[in-house]
Design a binder for this molecule. Structure first.
Ligand code: PLP
Length: 726
């Protein structure tokens, strides 16, 4: 070994260069590192510039090092013990049963939850998500890992993922799909208990689709990803799983039979017998039909018996009241893709169609995946309290004999993974001030209450440092954006100095779906110009978000916001950051003062980015919709309007805009700029503390997964009663 004659500082006895390299690879090979800042810092410090250029991907970074160079770098930076400790911590984490699990998981021990989702947002370096639904799935499995809930996740592997967003000189969104460097992802090929690789197939009337199964480890959770990029497939099907939400309805149903039916087959092939099927959104509801088929075949029971049995084990979560969010397939597509499975379970076409129809006698009705999910699950839930009310109204048609409030759809409010979204600087501050029993993972209110005792100056200083980082991040991104599209030098110069870290900063980052009304802040444009340019108390805005490629009105919203920089009164006050993803979101929620959300009520089922803002001390300024309708208490943020909507959208928009402007002018701005004799906005800081202590624990994904476990998973696995009876 080359290192025998090199004196290496801090080297650990017996650890060779190759041994060190292997430990780093092992750390990079489990996405556990993504919520451990001390491990991220090890990777980053090896080469900060390449780390950024490589999209925060440690495998790609390690490829640029030989073991010998890594050893020298580790010696320079005195990383030996840190790498060694991180490695030991990860192994300890992987091999210990959590106290929570010992007390709570009971019957799930031998029969895990199979969690199906079409997207998983675990980290920006693994591009198999588009937005909120994916990030929620990612946070769900991280918390399942943290709590020790036995869970196997199932989805698709997209080798292009979702599109990259760039704007052209006119501010118009351009979509680009890039091939993912698959060799730089922590992918494994899972094997059967006998050590064999597996392949799954799904028959259709027009041929068989094959998929290989890949695996990514997310802490203790295995994430299985089906990939159709195989020689056995037709050229069309090889590309079937290339793009998330790409293609037409036929692509979509084919993706959904692969993830749903193929997913259940993959579990079976791997010797995994799920005790619970959790369908995260309707996309994967075909999984229930395959589970029924297996049950009929193995136990010789009828379709009716098997489907009632599988429904007992199935938990279904609906995520949106927006119609476009519910897949519908016509009769022909269903027959082509479900025909062979239907033959095996012995039901005729109209029976199958009836499982996806509201009015089973209406032969013109298309097949709705949400209806299938609702009919094939014993426990169904919405993702916030208000969304529960809306969903019960929306799906009352399936239970016309029941009063609306008895429609069997409950709710479990979403949450976010605290260690992934809380800035380490905030975490360090809390660790110094909060009782030793406090941890980021805690979802007990008492422990968070102590946030109120933190020194005001320190909290403000920490927040200000994060805001400075955000401004630096935006300047870097904007100059890169402008340079790439050939903007003139003065535009690039402007980008280098844009925004002022002293100014009240309002952030807005989310999909540009029109119901989210990104342009509501421009509803009274002159008033906004006055607000932004007030000599003593100015305001600036940071926007980011993608519009669906087919959503022209959404792209127009982006264009309107992005082009504000070309008008003198907004040039330095509105920025649009391209290519919103987990990384951009993290910077924004950690650095802004205010997080704005103004959807048309009640269309925002939950919303989760505001919860991420809470963890970092940003104050929410939001319509009383989704999670905010149950979170806002008058002291922990700001509310726009009073939680009512007019039947005419135009009137609602006018009213909400008027309220938004009033709240900014009369509440947000005066509070932020009310500086005491020590130079601190004390009343603002108090509200930050109220926000963190009243909300962080409630809207954490540990609380969410604990709720799913006790209210849905355990009853489903054990057959005992649950909150909502059918
Ligand atoms: C959290 C998150 C979202 C969800 O934001 P909403 O407020 O729920 O719309 C979307 N995209 C990314 C990248 C996120 O991290």
């Amino acid at each position: 070994m080359s290192n025998t004659n090199v004196p290496v500082a801090g080297r650990i006895a017996g650890l060779t260069a190759q041994g060190l390299y292997n430990k780093c690879l092992a750390l990079a090979g489990n996405l556990w590192w993504t919520w451990h800042p001390e491990v991220i810092e090890v990777f980053r410090s090896l080469d900060p510039i390449r780390w950024r250029q490589l999209g925060h991907n440690p495998i790609a970074l390690l490829r640029e090092f030989t073991p010998e160079r890594l050893e020298i770098r580790a010696a320079e930076l005195v990383l030996y013990t840190r790498i060694d400790q991180a490695y030991r911590r990860m192994n300890a984490y992987m091999n210990t049963k959590t106290p929570w699990a010992k007390r709570n998981v009971g019957v799930l021990g031998s029969q895990p939850v199979a969690y199906f989702s079409l997207e998983f947002g675990v980290h920006e370096s693994v591009p198999i998500y588009s937005g909120g639904l994916g990030v929620l799935s990612g946070d769900h499995i991280k918390s399942a890992s943290g709590l020790g809930v036995p869970l196997v996740a199932v989805g698709l592997f997209y080798n292009q993922g979702y599109f990259k967003q760039q704007l052209d000189v006119d501010g118009w969104q351009q979509e680009e799909y890039l091939d993912t460097a698959v060799e730089n992802l922590p992918l494994e090929l899972p094997v059967t208990p006998k050590g064999e690789k597996i392949m799954v197939s799904v028959e259709t009337r027009t041929g068989t689709i094959y998929a290989k199964v890949r695996q990514i480890n997310v802490g203790r959770v295995r994430l299985l990803l089906l990939d159709t990029d195989l020689d056995q497939n037709t050229p069309e099907d090889r590309k079937l799983t290339s793009r998330l939400y790409g293609g037409n309805n036929r692509t979509r149903i084919r993706q959904e039979i692969v993830s749903g039916i193929g997913g259940v087959r993959a579990l079976k092939a791997l010797g995994i017998t799920p005790g619970v099927y959790h369908l995260n959104e309707g996309h994967n509801a075909f999984a229930t039909l395959e589970a029924v088929r297996q049950r009929m075949k193995e136990d010789g029971v009828t379709f009716a018996e098997a489907s009632s049995d599988i429904a007992q084990k199935t938990v279904f979560t609906t995520h949106t009241p927006v119609p476009a969010g519910h897949d519908r397939f016509d009769s022909q597509l269903v027959e082509e893709h479900l025909g062979p499975l239907r033959d095996q379970i012995g039901i005729d076409h109209s029976h199958l169609m009836s499982l996806g129809r509201i009015d089973t006698s209406n032969h013109n009705e298309t097949f709705c995946m949400t209806v299938l999910g609702l009919k094939m699950s014993r426990y169904a839930n919405a993702v916030a309290s208000l969304h529960g009310v809306v969903s019960r109204r929306m799906w009352h048609c399936l239970w016309p004999q029941l009063p609306e409030e008895k429609v069997p759809i409950g709710h479990i409010t979403n949450g976010v993974h605290v260690p992934s979204w809380m800035a380490w600087q905030i975490n360090t501050l809390f660790e110094r001030h909060l009782p030793p029993s406090w941890s980021q993972d805690s979802y007990s209110p008492d422990e968070w209450e102590a946030v109120q005792g933190i020194d005001y100056g320190e909290l403000w200083e920490t927040h200000s440092a994060l805001k400075n980082l955000l401004v630096a991040f935006i300047r870097r991104r904007l100059s890169r954006q402008y340079r790439r599209r050939g903007e003139p030098d003065d535009a690039i110069d402007q980008a280098r100095t844009v925004l002022d870290p002293q100014i009240l900063t309002i952030g807005f980052g989310r999909r540009f779906a029109t119901y989210k009304r990104a342009t509501l802040v421009l509803n009274q444009i002159d008033r906004m110009a006055r607000i932004c340019n007030d000599a003593d108390r100015p305001v600036q805005f940071v926007f980011a978000g993608k519009a669906h490629p087919a959503d022209t009105p959404g792209k127009e919203f982006i264009q309107t916001i992005a082009n504000l920089r070309k008008t003198p009164q907004f040039a330095n006050r509105f920025v649009f950051v391209e290519d919103y993803d987990i990384n951009v979101c993290r910077h924004m929620v950690q650095g802004v003062d205010v997080w704005l959300n103004n959807p048309r009520r009640p269309l925002e089922a939950s919303g989760t980015s505001g919860m991420k803002a809470v963890l970092n001390g940003a104050l929410n300024l939001s319509i009383l919709d989704g999670w905010w309708a149950e979170a806002y208490d008058g002291t922990n943020g700001f509310a726009i309007s009073n939680g009512t909507s007019h039947a005419d959208d135009k009137i609602t928009d006018e009213r909400d805009a008027a309220s938004l402007f009033d709240v900014i002018e009369n509440e947000v701005v005066p509070l932020y700029y009310d500086i005491d004799e020590h130079g601190l906005p004390t009343r603002w800081i108090r509200r930050m503390m109220n926000s963190i202590s009243s909300l962080a624990w409630r809207f954490s994904s540990h609380r969410m997964v604990a709720d799913y476990t006790t209210e849905a998973y355990l009853p489903a696995a054990g057959g005992t009663s649950c909150k909502v009876e059918r």
